[in-house]
Design a protein around this ligand. Structure first.
Ligand SMILES: [Mg+2]
Length: 398
């Protein structure tokens, strides 16, 4: 810890604050061709492509952000928003957010422009942390937990001779490496889903939490059938059983199964999450911070969830920027419910092939014995690997 009696670089005078300015925004499309394609209930992945953004201030500091969704469209969104951000004071994250929101509201109350705005907002929080020499969780209001429990997201589908057997082996490998909770894909067909869930549960034993994710592959009747059939396998939550538009069907499903229902990765802004909460659609809310409005909005979404008494476990997918963002966010999340021995906090931790996630950033926030210790390093707490950025980047400057 710094000695606060000694003036340091973190003490910034009013004059200095006044003259702080964002001087440039660059966005990069990063692509990693996969060695083996994988798929889920909706489509196949043969590459990972992500748009990240770099914001530089006249103080010489740099912040990084990432958008979740189709990279080229997010890049176009960032280009659209750039004139409203350059020249602004980088410490005024919420003021800049409001300007970006006002300039997109008429065209994009959900979707890709909100993801572009999210990327810029995340980069602004990282930048503010670097300027003030403070971790993002502290600027969000403080760290309510120092340890987070990542759950391994994997068990996607691939063209294999014995897919069920391979899914079971993959699950057992995550358990051996220390994960205490795993999430597998469902949504191929009810018969195959039930068979694979049984194989995976048998492979990992009773002590490990197991979630299933259909990526909205089913209608209400099918979702009820699947939920009933897998209830004996102790499923911790059933994620996106139904299309995200059918709020009322989500709430009906909740009354028909003992498995908690999770959703939110296709939702945007506090207004979208309000609909999900008001309709009693979910037990677990899953905003993606790099899509739903950035850290500025995610904090408001979490506050809204606390009004409804709904747990928040963010969706994450992408590079170490998105992972670090989610870690700082969950470090700050309210402990709910409060009690002498509080519950742990889960966070999604994608384990599918992704060179970008492995190489782009270097951070002390790594999984050790199934847990991640939150870093107190400034900003989002990672170093950008410029070699990896060059390697994966198509280097398209705005
Ligand atoms: Mg999901």
């Amino acid at each position: 810890m710094k000695n606060t009696d000694t003036p340091g670089p973190f003490l910034i005078t009013y004059d200095k604050r006044q003259y702080m300015k964002i001087i440039s925004i660059e966005s990069f499309i990063l692509t990693d061709k996969l060695k083996e394609s994988f798929y889920f209930s909706q489509w196949e992945y043969s590459e990972r492509q992500i748009c990240i953004v770099k914001i530089t201030s006249n103080t010489g500091h740099v912040g990084w952000g990432e958008g979740y969704g189709p990279a080229r469209i997010i890049k176009a969104g960032i280009e659209h928003l750039t004139p409203f951000v350059v020249g602004q004071n980088p410490l005024e994250t919420e003021t800049i957010w409001s300007t970006m929101y006002r300039r997109t509201l008429d065209f994009s109350r959900r979707g890709i422009l909100v993801s572009a705005m999210s990327a810029l907002d995340v980069a602004l929080w990282d930048l503010k942390g670097k300027i003030l020499d403070q971790p993002v969780h502290l600027m969000l209001g403080g760290k309510k937990r120092g340890i987070v429990t990542p759950y391994a997201t994997g068990m996607y589908f691939a063209n294999r001779k014995d897919l069920g057997g391979d899914l079971a082996k993959e699950a057992a490998m995550y358990v051996r490496s220390g994960f205490k909770a795993l999430k597998m894909k469902v949504g191929l067909s009810l018969e195959r889903d039930i068979e694979y869930v049984k194989l995976v549960r048998n492979a990992i034993g009773p002590g490990i939490k197991l979630m299933i994710d259909a990526n909205h592959a089913y209608n209400l009747r099918e979702a009820i059938t699947l939920a009933k059939a897998v209830e004996p396998y102790d499923i911790y939550w059933f994620e996106e059983p139904l299309s995200p538009e059918y709020y009322h069907q989500y709430s009906e499903l909740r009354t028909k199964t003992s498995i908690p229902i999770a959703a939110g990765e296709c939702e945007y802004l506090r207004f979208g999450f309000q609909t999900l909460l008001q309709s009693n659609s979910v037990d677990i809310l899953q905003p993606d911070i790099c899509a739903s409005g950035g850290l500025t909005e995610a904090k408001k979404i979490a506050t809204l969830a606390s009004v409804y008494g709904v747990e928040v476990v963010p969706h994450t997918w992408g590079t170490g920027i998105a992972i670090a963002t989610a870690l700082h966010f969950v470090a700050n999340l309210e402990i709910f419910p409060g009690r002498l021995y509080p519950p742990g906090q889960f966070m999604e931790y994608d384990r599918t092939e992704n060179g970008l996630r492995e190489e782009l950033t270097q951070s002390s926030m790594k999984v050790v014995n199934g847990e991640i210790k939150i870093s107190d390093a400034p900003g989002l707490g990672f170093e950008m690997n410029e070699d990896a950025l060059h390697k994966y980047s198509m280097k398209e400057f705005i």
